[in-house]
Design a protein around this ligand. Structure first.
Ligand SMILES: [Zn+2]
Length: 77
């Protein structure tokens, strides 16, 4: 596989269920920051994100974690 895969975090404002552009696996995108192939709107799954752009993946997961923590603070069950 081409090792010059460049990924980007972009705001996904139309949650579709497109398969991962790189491996064809199902993705489960959320509206908000998601991983895409740089220069396109082709979704990339988190496994491929981990493989090709672990730093971006880390940012995305940190964002998810802090957001769910805020939701937890808003709605303690
Ligand atoms: Zn993938």
């Amino acid at each position: 596989m081409d090792d010059r895969v460049v990924l980007a975090i972009k705001l996904n404002n139309a949650a579709s269920n497109d398969p991962c552009e790189l491996c064809g696996r199902r993705t489960d995108p959320e509206v908000g920051p998601e991983l895409f192939l740089d220069g396109s709107w082709a979704l990339v799954c988190y496994e491929c994100g981990e493989k090709y752009a672990p730093e971006l993946m880390g940012l995305l997961l940190d964002y998810r974690r802090s957001r769910s923590f805020e939701e937890f603070l808003d709605n303690p069950s």
